[in-house]
Design a protein around this ligand. Structure first.
Ligand code: NAD
Length: 269
């Protein structure tokens, strides 16, 4: 495996992409800890991986929970090599005009607290250990970190903010720690929305369909969460990544090279 003897802490590792990362990092030889808000998902993680994964129940919005997660990871595995900020919520595309002032006001605080403050506090909690291990940070972005209409203004702004965080931290933590991002496109996960928008029980596939996602992607398939894990392994791997920092990998099945008149130029090939 590419991550033999490495130790990773993944936020939101209880389902979706985070869970796929847990499985992939284990397969690559890493030891894995997870900071996850859902107690039920934490229990599932401990059971599914036979106690091999350290599941820490907590909220990424809490400074104390982030510090506790790093402490518990180091206590269990002896060090930390890779912090993956991944826990987030979506806004189901709630648009400016169709969303009330009160919902935008409260929704911003709730969504930014998870998607942006959660990444910042996680980075702060992990930084000292990563400096020690000359490790790396990776943050999950989205097509919404680059383009419009992958969400509404709340989600899109939060993922753009994460790009700024990556650039600044990549500068501040060089030369010791590499800091990068991976931006997936749509996939079937448990991704929900903020309570302030009434979306705490609405999952992404309640408002998007596999066919609709597939149709807009130049690579013309609906990716599974595990199909996004390769770039994370690349970025975390010491052998494979000695030179990438401050880099955002668009793992979005080609959205950036979508044509104006055709989604893909080679449909007839
Ligand atoms: P998911 O809901 O399956 O996974 C996110 C996990 O984070 C959940 O287990 C959830 O319980 C946890 N979580 C939420 N808030 C938390 C908090 N405050 N503290 C701790 N844990 C918390 O969704 P996912 O789609 O796997 O999301 C993972 C990442 O992928 C997110 O950053 C998301 O923005 C990004 N992403 C998802 C899609 C998609 O289509 N699903 C597309 C692009 C990017």
């Amino acid at each position: 495996g590419w991550l033999q003897n490495e130790v990773a802490l993944i936020t939101g590792g209880g389902s979706g992409l985070g869970l796929a990362l847990v499985e992939r990092f284990l397969k690559e030889g890493a030891s894995v800890a997870v900071l996850e808000r859902s107690a039920e998902k934490c229990t599932d993680l401990e059971q599914k991986f036979d106690g091999q994964v350290l599941a820490i129940q907590g909220d990424v919005c809490s400074a104390a929970d982030n510090q506790n997660a790093v402490k518990a990871t180091v206590a269990r595995f002896g060090k930390l090599d890779c912090f993956i900020g991944n826990a987030a919520v979506w806004d189901h595309g709630a648009r400016l005009i169709n969303t009330s002032m009160e919902q935008l006001d409260k929704g911003f605080d709730e969504l930014f607290a998870i998607n942006v403050k959660g990444y910042l506090l996680g980075a702060k909690a992990a930084a000292a250990e990563l400096v020690k291990s000359c490790g790396s940070m990776i943050f999950t972005l989205s097509n919404s970190a680059f383009y419009a209409e992958g969400g509404g203004p709340l989600y899109t702004a939060s993922k753009h903010a994460a790009v700024g965080l990556i650039r600044e931290l990549a500068f501040e933590l060089a030369p010791k720690v590499r800091v990068n991002g991976v931006g997936p496109c749509g996939m079937k996960t448990d991704l929900r929305g903020p309570q302030a928008l009434g979306q705490q029980d609405t999952r992404i596939m309640d408002s998007r369909s596999p066919d609709a996602i597939k149709a807009i992607l130049p690579l013309q398939f609906f990716p599974e969460p595990e199909e996004f894990t390769g770039p994370f392994v690349l970025l975390a791997s010491r052998q494979n990544n000695q030179t990438l920092t401050g880099v955002m990998i668009n793992a979005d099945a080609g959205l950036g090279i979508r044509g104006i008149r055709n989604v893909a130029g080679g449909l007839e090939l």
